[in-house]
Design a protein around this ligand. Structure first.
Ligand code: NCD
Length: 333
């Protein structure tokens, strides 16, 4: 499996985040700063959304080569609420076969003064590849890279846990289901470990577990009841059929019988446990409707937090690029 790349590439010469390609290499302070800024932008449904002019005059392009509803829309709303112009390109129908074709698209948009590319792709490596080729004032944000990483989802997940449960150091968090194909498990797990979560558990059938060295420090469990026992947070994941080969395809009914999160088996977790899911959900496969819509669920709060986190990320990288430009300008005079 391809490992996460981009930890070095995402920083400028002074160490500032210029792109967000991965949560690997971000310090506890950097993560906390992004979460605090996101919290500043959080508004609940019914309130007027937070607005800011941090991206005024800037242009953000959303390039999604894989389907997306909440991530794409939340990046669009985040950019607009920061005052940016936004263009959405439906790349799923594009005839891309090689990286060069994508670069042509990138250079075309860059010539139209796009400042930030938000990218999702089924192949590993595209966000870093594009980041290595864009002009110095242009940023790339990874909105989901194959099975490898999904940094803004990791941030919104830990923000949701922090809001509901406070200090991560005292918490047991179980991530359950199709871990091997999940960029969410990798990014959320990384953020939790960097922030010092008390106990991180990876819970899945052996065939869907993460590769051996991933998320070192987490414990591994092959029984749902044992894995979520006494957990404060249970995060379940979609089965990613689109990343499985024909012979690996799972029987959804059999998976549900052993791994579906129902009100009955949620009793193994703490009575005040929260239930999370990044969406889109397969109701009746990895989670039942009564749990997804029930009192433990914070799934809609995750979605609300997604916009705030993306505002925090966009405003941080654009501000960092502006700082760098000011410094470069000073050196030039
Ligand atoms: C996830 C993704 O695309 O990685 N969804 C999301 O971004 N909210 C999870 C999934 O597709 O199952």
């Amino acid at each position: 499996m391809t490992t996460d790349t981009g930890a070095e590439l995402q920083r400028d010469h002074a160490g500032r985040l210029r792109h967000l390609l991965t949560l690997e290499g971000l310090s506890r302070d950097e993560l906390t700063h992004l979460l605090d800024l996101a919290q500043f932008y959080v508004r609940v449904p019914g309130e007027v959304p937070a607005r800011d002019q941090g991206l005024w005059g800037r242009t953000v392009a959303n390039l999604f080569f894989e389907p997306s509803t909440r991530t794409r829309v939340s990046f669009e709303l985040a950019a607009k609420r920061l005052g940016a112009d936004v263009v959405n390109l439906d790349m799923q129908s594009s005839s891309r076969v090689k990286g060069e074709t994508v670069l042509d698209t990138i250079y075309t948009l860059q010539a139209m003064l796009v400042d930030v590319f938000v990218m999702r792709d089924a192949e590993p490596g595209l966000p870093a590849y594009v980041a290595a080729h864009v002009a110095p004032h242009v940023s790339v944000v990874n909105a989901g890279e194959a099975h490898v990483s999904h940094p803004t989802q990791g941030l919104l997940d830990v923000l949701t846990i922090r809001q509901r449960k406070g200090d991560l150091g005292n918490l047991s968090v179980a991530i359950v289901g199709d871990l091997s194909h999940s960029r969410v498990a990798r990014s959320t797990g990384r953020a939790l470990l960097t922030l010092g979560v008390g106990d991180l558990r990876l819970v899945s059938p052996p065939s869907l577990m993460l590769e051996p060295h991933a998320l070192a420090g987490a414990s591994r469990h092959h029984s749902l009841a044992e894995g979520i026992k006494g957990a404060d947070v249970v995060m379940t994941l979609r089965i990613q059929h689109e990343r499985m080969s024909a012979e690996d395809k799972l029987d959804a009914a059999a998976f549900y019988r052993e791994w579906g999160l129902s009100a009955e088996n949620l009793k193994h977790a703490r009575p005040d446990a929260i239930v999370m899911h990044p969406g889109p959900m397969n109701r009746g496969v990895e989670i039942t409707s009564d749990v997804a819509d029930g009192p433990h669920s914070v799934i809609r709060q995750q979605v609300t937090n997604g916009v705030a986190v993306r505002m925090a990320v966009l405003s941080t990288i654009v501000r960092n690029v502006q700082e760098r430009n000011v410094e470069a300008g000073r050196r030039a005079v």
